[in-house]
Design a protein around this ligand. Structure first.
Ligand code: HEC
Ligand code: HEC
Ligand code: HEC
Ligand code: HEC
Ligand code: HEC
Length: 299
């Protein structure tokens, strides 16, 4: 214990000699895993880590020749106000650790905490906890979110809290640093819950389905360049005994996504139908298969 205390005093008084200079020269993400191995393993699973390598991106950017496409998928330095510039080195790392954390102006790693980090300078910056941090790339989604005036941030849902944990897993640093608030760097997309969507049947002149997104503070689906889809599939048994189906496909491209708290109406062509079966399915832009969000029977 005493030895640790003396050692830590020593470390803090001559911190500079512990700086590992290559960390300030924009290394590969793999280098950060020498100490931040847990965060690295989460990030590795994220869509950010494959933003450049994604087969679909490769095809749609015409084998990386469409210049206007490249910079958000391999950014140099993330800024909320502007589309980032294209990175020169290690493009295969996609949206990488240094792109989000290293700032040329201060030659330090910026992040949400006040830390003492001998291997590299760090600077606390509370903008990391705000949705605006994501706005330079998720431009459309950010605008949608901003209009909803919901307090929950992108990070609250897509970098959920993991409680207090150590930021480093390397001897001896792990013993000198207290546990701190950690956030999931796998950037989970998540999935709408049944209660996020309100589905009602209106019987007036004709039959009308009313669907409201009450839980997700951006369009459903939302996109900047991807093409995720939401399928609304309505099945009915007609009085004649025949089965009939209506399908609507919602997307950003078709400009018919579900807006936050503004209902979408779908007129149904049937008469004398007693009950309907409604299934909502989503298809993420990077997945082939659909997944069901909910299924309800309406009377
Ligand atoms: C040799 C070990 C080591 C390496 C390699 C390393 N770091 Fe760190 N880093 C630390 C230590 C120690 C801390 C402080 C941890 C604490 O206080 O809990 C830290 C803290 C941080 C923080 C938190 C800053 C804050 O304010 O919240 C960020 C961000 C960070 N590092 C990014 C990186 C990135 C990006 C890389 C790769 C380029 C990297 N680090 C490589 C040791 C390292
Ligand atoms: C440098 C640009 C950039 C920044 C900054 C950025 N992202 Fe992303 N993000 C992307 C790209 C590009 C993709 C798509 C990667 C792919 O699937 O090929 C993506 C994908 C995602 C996905 C997965 C979406 C899906 O279709 O499943 C989530 C969730 C996400 N980002 C959340 C965030 C959050 C939260 C922030 C802010 C903390 C953020 N992003 C900041 C560029 C960025
Ligand atoms: C302003 C930043 C930005 C630019 C510029 C950009 N993208 Fe993206 N791209 C994103 C973000 C953010 C996502 C995450 C999903 C979404 O919101 O659409 C994404 C997702 C994607 C996806 C779906 C994920 C995947 O890997 O399948 C493809 C494909 C894609 N982009 C292709 C392109 C192409 C082609 C261009 C040029 C026409 C381009 N992007 C330009 C930010 C950008
Ligand atoms: C798309 C941008 C983005 C990428 C890529 C990214 N981070 Fe972060 N990181 C953030 C944001 C935003 C926070 C703050 C989250 C919060 O406080 O809500 C954060 C927080 C942190 C923290 C503080 C502890 C925590 O979990 O909140 C460390 C340390 C860190 N990141 C290191 C890394 C390392 C190492 C990598 C690469 C393996 C990496 N980050 C990749 C955006 C990013
Ligand atoms: C209250 C939680 C919440 C907040 C806040 C939130 N999202 Fe989402 N987001 C979700 C859920 C849940 C999904 C999955 C929807 C589904 O089932 O497909 C999603 C989906 C996405 C997708 C994938 C495309 C899609 O429609 O499935 C992207 C990209 C995204 N969010 C980005 C963001 C960004 C950027 C912000 C901040 C501006 C943000 N989100 C704020 C919950 C949230």
């Amino acid at each position: 214990m005493v030895a640790f205390f003396i050692l830590s005093l020593l470390l803090s008084s001559c911190g500079d000699i512990f700086i590992e200079k290559d960390l300030l020269q924009r290394p590969q993400a793999k280098r950060c895993s020498d100490c931040h191995s847990e965060i690295f393993r989460e990030w590795e699973k994220s869509r950010h880590a494959v933003a450049w390598k994604s087969e679909k991106f490769k095809v749609e950017s015409e084998n990386y020749t469409k210049n206007k496409c490249l910079s958000c998928h391999a950014p140099h330095q993330v800024e909320p106000e502007i589309k980032p510039a294209l990175r020169v080195e290690f493009k295969e790392d996609g949206v990488s650790c240094v792109a989000c954390h290293f700032k040329e102006e201060t030659k330090a790693m910026h992040g949400p905490h006040k830390v003492w980090s001998p291997p590299h300078p760090s600077k606390q910056d509370l903008n990391y906890t705000k949705s605006f941090f994501c706005a330079g790339c998720h431009q459309e989604t950010y605008k949608e979110w901003h209009l909803t005036k919901v307090q929950k941030s992108c990070q609250d849902c897509h970098m959920p809290s993991m409680g207090d944990k150590r930021l480093v897993q390397k001897f001896p640093f792990e013993y000198f640093h207290s546990k701190k608030a950690r956030h999931d760097h796998s950037f989970p997309t998540g999935k709408a819950k049944p209660e996020d969507l309100l589905i009602e049947l209106e019987r007036g002149e004709g039959l009308r389905l009313k669907i409201t997104n009450v839980g997700i503070p951006h369009n459903l689906p939302t996109a900047d360049q991807g093409d995720p889809k939401l399928y609304i599939i309505v099945d009915a048994k007609l009085p004649s005994g025949e089965s009939s189906r209506v399908v609507r496909v919602l997307s950003y491209q078709a400009k018919n996504a579900l807006l936050y708290r503004i209902p979408t109406h779908i007129d149904l062509p049937w008469q004398g139908v007693e009950k309907l079966e409604v299934s909502l399915q989503r298809k993420l832009s990077w997945k082939e298969e659909r997944e069901e969000i909910l299924r309800v029977t309406l009377k």
